[in-house]
Design a protein around this ligand. Structure first.
Ligand code: SF4
Length: 396
């Protein structure tokens, strides 16, 4: 049953083209800027491959730098338009940096409004929507650069914000063709369809590589009887200015860290982990969330809940660290279920909530040391207890 109570409203085939005039130079000479924010953290490989397939030069694709207080102060000051969570507010700094470049100035600022995401849980959950604040952010943030004059026009930069449903390749191709066609005369629908296919395949390959690396890491932990930590967070918490590199501090204590977005999905592993749930009829597949999360409509939220279940069933994940940002309305309903799923399995659980612009370095240091101490003293017993509770025949 979809979350929108009834049949899914037909998604628009395309966002209105923002710039009607074609771009003056050929594609291979255009410099494209993308803000390194929000869902770009989990889809950047798609966008790079899409642009390359369309004939753009990969060496002329530019991302803004990592988020930092300095970036917002230097490039986003006075450009704020939204009073909400920091991951959205900080985009003003990214836009300002891209627009203000004197060296390697960009011609096009591509800032997609991603409405739905490709998710490994697609087909097993109700929907794979992006957070609505994330989706609307490009148009919100743009307003700050129109105050006191249109900075896009002054800098000769086109701002392209295609609404795109990345979990529906055919629709995404139509949406992106309608957005790009006015800028790139002669662009054929088939050309965009191929670019979308290449983009999605590239993203899938990239993610598969990281999942293989995660499996290898878990296999090493299983062989050596060592613990690993799982970070449950949104993809953009990998940004040092948003997640404050808490996982890096943890790794500094010699404990390997996995991210929930890149857990292994191999069938042999999942059949072993979820065999008892499948046999008892609690879930229809290892990707089914109905036993813990009935409102499975948001892609990143679904993946966090799924990651919590994975951690609960994987013996060598002895500790889960939850990260979330200040004022995150999407995360708030998940705090209790995620903590319960993890703690009921005997796995250690720590959370850093309300992350904002400033890294509370002192308290992070103390808490990271606390986590490291807990792991040192309790990891062996946690792993042993989880192994005893797991089904026989671990394929790791
Ligand atoms: S998921 Fe939460 S923190 Fe992230 S943009 Fe949405 S509301 Fe803000």
């Amino acid at each position: 049953m979809p979350i929108w109570f009834g049949t899914r409203p037909s998604a628009p085939a395309a966002s209105p083209p923002e710039a009607a005039e074609p771009l003056a130079r050929p594609r291979e000479l255009l410099r494209v800027g993308l803000p390194r924010v929000l869902n770009l953290w989990s889809t950047h490989q798609f966008w790079i491959a899409l642009l390359e397939t369309l004939g753009f030069d990969a060496r002329r694709i530019e991302f803004s730098p990592d988020t930092s207080e300095a970036l917002l102060r230097e490039h986003g000051k006075g450009r704020g338009t939204v009073d909400c969570c920091y991951p959205v507010k900080c985009i003003a700094g990214h836009y300002g940096e891209l627009l203000g470049r004197d060296k390697r100035p960009i011609d096009l600022l591509l800032s997609p409004m991603i409405q739905t995401l490709p998710s490994f849980l697609g087909g097993h959950v109700q929907a794979s929507l992006a957070c609505p604040r994330v989706m609307a952010a490009p148009e919100n943030v743009k307003a700050g650069f129109l105050k006191g004059g249109d900075l896009f026009a002054t800098r000769g930069v086109r701002h392209l914000t295609p609404l795109v449903n990345l979990d529906e390749p055919d629709l995404a191709a139509r949406q992106l063709h309608a957005a790009f066609a006015p800028l790139l005369p002669g662009l054929k629908p088939a050309e965009m369809q191929r670019a979308v296919q290449v983009g999605l395949a590239t993203l899938e390959r990239f993610n598969a590589g990281l999942r293989n690396a995660s499996r290898q890491l878990l296999a090493d932990c299983a062989r050596e009887g060592r613990p690993a930590i799982l970070v449950l967070a949104r993809p953009y918490h990998m940004d040092p200015g948003i997640g404050h590199e808490i996982e890096v501090d943890l790794q500094g204590h010699g404990v390997p860290v996995l991210w929930s977005q890149h857990l292994p999905l191999d069938d042999d592993l999942l059949q072993w982990m979820y065999g008892p749930d499948l046999a008892a009829g609690r879930v229809a597949s290892p990707f089914d969330l109905r036993d813990v999360w009935p409102s499975s409509y948001s892609a990143n939220t679904n993946e966090i809940l799924w990651g919590a279940k994975f951690a609960a069933r994987m013996p060598w994940i002895a500790c889960v660290v939850r990260l979330s940002s200040y004022e995150c309305g999407m995360d708030q309903p998940t705090y209790t279920p995620v903590q319960r799923i993890v703690e009921d399995s005997g796995t250690l659980f720590f959370s850093f909530q309300d992350l904002d612009a400033t890294k509370p370095a002192g308290s992070v240091k103390i808490r990271v040391e606390t986590i490291a101490t807990y792991l040192k003293t309790r990891a062996a017993a946690i792993i042993a207890a989880k192994q005893a509770a797991a089904p026989p025949g671990c394929p790791l």
